[in-house]
Design a protein around this ligand. Structure first.
Ligand SMILES: [Fe+2]
Ligand SMILES: [Fe+2]
Length: 385
């Protein structure tokens, strides 16, 4: 195990890293509200130098080369490979999903007591479910645009030609993902939400970091690792056939993206000092908390006019909700372990994920062994359903 030089060790507190001492302080999460970009765009300084390489030897990084060759065959077309003629009745989907997943749909009556939800009728609960769909798909779409920008940045900044080649295929994948989520929102759902404040903060941090590996760590390992688990979960729960297929196709691409992150960083992180690894650990922890905070989905509560105090009461008395949030880290933790980040620098990150209750996932299969990542042919050709 690497040990930190005593002179360089500075233990940062939760307050330093995430702006609050208690990671479960829901009031602090709800109070952090994003700014609307009234001009219709959002600019972030990109501080990392673009790097040319004169070493054009293809296959110098064999695993990345293999992934690039697979990715070329795995392209699909969001316009023609999905059946956009399927009609989506959001109200019916909310009801059918609740019937198919009773455990997830059940509200704890004791938790609702004394809140405005106590007086809600079925119609209002269905509206909440519809807003939930609009919000979730909007955040997927914004996250995909984050991935598009980050991967374009990796093409510029990563030093190796094999990684530049692979990243270029991922840029295409992410364009397709933004396209299909945006089309689904516009044609099948009933409204957009702006970028969630916590997700926005994280994406800004990733884009503006000056170290090329931080783009990978933030995007491929953390954001896409969580997205892969979330897509898998929604894919399993939803009864809506178009969304089910769309998610399955996107997941096949995301498996490759996360594998790309692990394969690229593995070797590089072996060479870093304990102090440098500690910075990566802190970045990973901060990213994990931002993504956990996003799941409070404060914008939905706000639109449904539920006061903060009521949201807190409901959240705090819904432990199964917490279990679901933790499940979303099931892809991230084994990959951080594979990269050596859990145990580097005195095992600081292991302690943090233990506090979060997510350490149990560490021995699950990591993404370098994900079958989807190395599959030949596009999901359409493979008839992935
Ligand atoms: Fe994506
Ligand atoms: Fe991706």
């Amino acid at each position: 195990m690497t040990t930190l030089d005593e002179n360089t060790e500075q233990l940062k507190s939760n307050l330093d890293l995430i702006g609050r001492e208690d990671i479960n302080d829901i009031e602090a999460v709800l109070n952090f509200v994003g700014k609307y970009d009234v001009e219709g765009f959002h600019r972030v300084p990109d501080n990392c130098p673009a790097e040319f390489t004169w070493d054009y030897e293809k296959g110098a990084k064999p695993q990345l080369d293999k992934l690039y060759e697979k990715a070329k065959k795995a392209q699909w077309n969001g316009q023609t490979d999905l059946d956009w003629s399927i009609e989506v009745d959001q109200e019916r989907v909310v009801i059918a999903n609740a019937e198919a997943n009773p455990a997830q749909a059940q509200w704890d009556e004791a938790a609702l007591a004394g809140t405005v939800l106590e007086k809600w009728d079925d119609k209002r609960f269905i509206q909440f479910g519809i807003e939930n769909q609009n919000w979730l798909l909007s955040q997927f779409m914004h996250g995909e645009q984050g991935a598009l920008l980050c991967t374009a940045k990796i093409v510029e900044t990563v030093p190796w030609i094999d990684a530049k080649y692979y990243a270029a295929t991922q840029v295409m994948d992410e364009a397709r993902h933004v396209e299909v989520f945006s089309k689904y929102l516009d044609e099948k759902l009933s409204g957009h939400y702006p970028m969630n404040a916590h997700l926005g903060l994280l994406l800004d941090d990733i884009v503006s970091d000056s170290r090329w590996d931080m783009t990978y760590l933030g995007m491929q390992i953390m954001v896409e690792g969580l997205a892969l688990a979330a897509f898998g979960f929604i894919h399993m729960m939803t009864t809506e056939p178009l969304l089910k297929k769309l998610l399955r196709y996107v997941m096949a691409d995301e498996a490759r993206h996360v594998a790309f992150g692990v394969l690229s960083l593995q070797e590089y992180y072996n060479e870093l000092s304990a102090a440098e690894l500690r910075e990566r650990q802190e970045f990973a922890f901060e990213a994990a908390i931002r993504m956990k905070d996003r799941m409070v989905m404060q914008e939905v509560w706000e639109r449904m006019e539920v006061p903060t105090a009521d949201v807190m009461k409901i959240m705090q008395s819904a432990p199964e909700r917490d279990d679901f949030q933790i499940l979303l880290f099931s892809k991230i933790v084994p990959n951080l372990r594979k990269l050596g980040l859990l145990d580097a620098a005195d095992g600081w990150l292991r302690t943090k994920f233990t506090e979060m209750g997510a350490i149990a996932f560490e021995h699950l299969t990591d993404s370098t062994e994900d079958e989807d990542a190395f599959a030949d042919g596009s999901p359409a050709d493979r008839q992935v359903a």
